[in-house]
Design a protein around this ligand. Structure first.
Ligand SMILES: Cc1ncc(COP(=O)(O)O)c(C=O)c1O
Length: 341
């Protein structure tokens, strides 16, 4: 698709084929150099490890234009590190951090015409991923892998203004106590599809997953971590060994402490507590923060004081400060903004 045919403001969150993507293969125990290609399809053995036993991991980050016209990405080093953690857990080879950042940089540079303009609300979403490519029939790790990065322009997350969402407590579990919830593996998302389709069919925007062992503690949604604000204005973020360590959440915790002077509690949070909180949101790369107006647990409704029209005041401050840092309007902590051009 020609970029001049794209209507940035009306793009959805979908795939548009762009000019170039990065590919590197792992063979005989080592990564080859890899490089950019125009080829957007993949030919695989019918018995590839990824097709049989779901040996695949991925990352998600954005490139965007800042107020002064630079193209940047936000903390790609943390995506590289998280992908290394994911690879270790699924017995896949690590893709080195520096090379991950180089690959992301090359893909953005080669597709600069697809990076939406500052102020459009649209961004260039990057998807690094890796999968077992060699044939595997007995259950074991593949011998060969492919690492790829492609990018696609995506529209503004909130079209026509931010609206609080409604979440339901899921009857399904997302992650086992000693399972794979803390890594970004395709398998965690495959098993969440039935739960999210059911939630949507019942009129909810997202699922809240509880801890699988006791079903008393807050875990996360299918694609974002929770944050809460207490009535005395503390930020409370649930921790658990089975949630994905969100880069947005870790950044918001820093922003809350260092930019807004808020007290922050990072701890286990019981479902029982949330009726007493003043604000709730979910955070991740896609939306930064989506405010949550209501949580429904089998007919019992918990409504947050900020209501269904607006973000709560502290959530809004967190959102404005982090997006200000990302867009170059507020000075960023050292190392957070990776300038591409
Ligand atoms: C399950 C899950 N939790 C949380 C997040 C948010 O993480 P991040 O802030 O790194 O995008 C994501 C998205 O990557 C996710 O898929």
């Amino acid at each position: 698709m020609e970029n001049n045919k794209l209507d940035w403001e009306n793009l959805g969150f979908g795939y548009h084929k762009t000019a170039k993507r990065f590919v590197a293969n792992f063979k005989d125990g080592a990564w080859e150099d890899g490089g950019l290609t125009e080829e957007d399809t993949i030919v695989l053995s019918e018995c590839a490890g990824v097709l049989q036993y779901a040996q695949t991991i991925f990352e998600g980050l954005k490139a965007y234009r800042t107020e002064d016209g630079r193209i940047v990405t936000f903390r790609p080093d943390l995506n590289a590190e998280r992908m290394i953690d994911s690879a270790r857990r699924l017995e896949m080879p690590e893709f080195p951090k520096e090379r991950f950042i180089e690959a992301v940089t090359e893909v953005v540079k080669a597709n600069a015409e697809f990076v939406p303009p500052y102020g459009s609300g649209a961004t260039f979403y990057l998807r690094p991923y890796m999968f077992g490519s060699s044939p595997v029939i007995g259950v074991k790790p593949a011998d060969e892998y492919q690492f790829r990065v492609f990018g696609t322009p995506v529209g503004p997350y909130f079209k026509g203004g931010v609206k609080p969402i409604t979440i339901c407590v899921s009857d399904f579990d997302r992650a086992a106590p000693h399972g794979t919830g803390h890594i970004k593996a395709g398998l965690n998302y495959a098993m969440s599809l039935h739960a999210i389709v059911s939630a949507h069919n019942n009129g909810y925007d997202e699922n809240m997953y509880l801890d699988a062992a006791t079903r008393t503690k807050i875990e996360e949604t299918g694609g974002a971590n929770f944050l809460f604000v207490t009535k005395d204005n503390k930020l409370v973020v649930p921790t658990s060994p089975s949630i994905l360590p969100s880069i947005t959440r870790r950044s918001l915790v820093y922003v809350a402490k260092e930019y807004l002077g808020l007290e922050v509690e990072e701890r286990e949070v019981y479902f029982e507590e949330i009726k007493d909180f003043a604000e709730c949101g979910i955070c991740g790369t896609a939306a930064v923060i989506s405010p949550v107006g209501k949580i429904v647990n089998h007919g019992e409704e918990i409504c947050f004081p900020a209501g269904m029209e607006e973000m709560g005041p502290t959530t809004k401050k967190l959102y404005d400060t982090l997006t200000g840092i990302q867009m170059g309007r507020i000075e960023a902590p050292e190392g957070w903004i990776h300038v591409i051009e």
